[in-house]
Design a binder for this molecule. Structure first.
Ligand SMILES: NC(=O)c1ccc[n+]([C@@H]2O[C@H](COP(=O)([O-])OP(=O)(O)OC[C@H]3O[C@@H](n4cnc5c(N)ncnc54)[C@H](O)[C@@H]3O)[C@@H](O)[C@H]2O)c1
Length: 317
């Protein structure tokens, strides 16, 4: 298959490209290498795949309609996996307009390019944050989405709705995937596990917003990739799935697991809760299991062990 991957230089996107290239797919990455976090991470991710057979990297911005249309004409693509976005929850509270431009208008630009070839499958990387302060757990795809608490979540929900609308109008086969906090090698440095690991390694205080009792469903990146690839292969009609481990862990316990693996104590620094944070995320994955055959396998203890091992390998390079 020929696959167009937006955000392919990022954390999840670069892993996905590797997996697709390994199985013989052709890949065009579309990414603007923005400075949301240290761009050297993205350069390194891209360098690891750029020379592989069937891979092409296009540096372009989703907000630049002409650039999106030009890149989309490079090959007759079988599928688009749309992962490019401004991804953080907290920064979206400070700059909602920028999130709107990239995550909503950028997604519309891409869908407009796809509608000229509407047999192309569209896989959209959405987020568990759309459930917001949903108090019913675990979160199911059929739950009403009423209490979003960050602009980021609103942009992801809008992306799902545009995808659904374009499916109705142009019959683009579409799958929207709600990822539950993804971690693993190359995780974005500002995300909890990566950030905490750096602080613990240095012996610096670990900021804990709230009482440390918030719970998250953390998903190992390999499990997310399985869900994305199954979605590419089985995409038809319009579908929406949660992709999580369907297990939760308290923040304090997560920090303990991480500190144990690193082999150093964590100094906790308790701070007031941050706007945009939610008390719990917890995926009901019944639908993804039944329809996609999604079967996540990496429990948090194992995933953290693999992640810490990867960090050690990086530090010893
Ligand atoms: N990591 C998670 O826990 C998580 C959870 C839920 C949803 N998601 C979603 O998954 C996707 C990938 O997340 P990630 O953690 O790999 O993030 P990431 O920031 O590492 O990757 C996103 C990539 O998109 C690129 N990008 C951003 N704006 C762009 C633009 N205007 N034009 C072109 N490229 C642009 C960035 O340069 C980056 O390489 C995002 O859409 C994110 O919202 C991630």
């Amino acid at each position: 298959m020929e696959i167009f991957v937006t955000g392919g230089a990022g954390f999840i996107g670069s892993h996905l490209c590797e997996r697709l290239l390994e199985r013989g797919d052709g890949v065009v990455v579309f990414d603007n290498f923005n400075d949301f976090y240290d761009v050297r991470f993205k350069e390194r991710n891209a360098a690891a795949i750029a020379t592989r057979r069937g891979c092409e990297i296009v540096r372009g911005d989703l907000r630049d309609r002409a650039a999106v249309f030009a890149a989309f004409k490079k090959r007759p693509f079988d599928a688009v996996v749309h992962l490019a976005a401004l991804a953080g929850v907290r920064p979206s509270v400070k700059d909602p307009s920028k999130y709107n431009e990239v995550n909503i208008q950028g997604t519309i630009n891409l869908l407009d390019a796809i509608r000229e070839r509407p047999s192309t499958k569209f896989i959209f990387g959405s987020s568990s944050s759309v459930y917001g302060a949903n108090s019913k757990t675990p979160f199911a795809e059929s739950d009403p989405i009423e209490k979003m608490v960050s602009p980021y979540a609103v942009t992801k929900r809008a992306g799902e709705q545009f995808a659904s609308c374009y499916h109705s109008l142009y019959q683009i086969p579409t799958v929207c995937l709600r990822f539950f906090t993804v971690y693993g090698p190359r995780q974005r440095p500002e995300m909890a596990i990566a950030k905490f690991a750096s602080l613990i390694e240095r012996g610096d205080p670990v900021p804990v917003f709230g009482d440390g009792r918030t719970r998250r469903d953390y998903t190992y990146v390999d499990d997310i990739l399985d869900g994305v690839i199954k979605s590419i292969d089985r995409c038809g009609g319009y579908e929406l799935f949660n992709l999580g481990e369907s297990r939760t862990i308290e923040l304090r316990e997560l920090i303990d697991v991480l500190a144990r693996e690193i082999g150093k104590p964590a100094k906790l620094q308790f701070l007031p809760p941050e706007p945009g944070d939610v008390p719990v995320t917890f995926a009901d994955i019944t639908k993804a299991r039944a329809v996609l055959g999604y079967d996540p396998r990496v429990a948090i203890e194992d995933g953290v062990r693999r992640y810490v091992r990867w960090r050690r390998e990086q530090n010893s390079l």
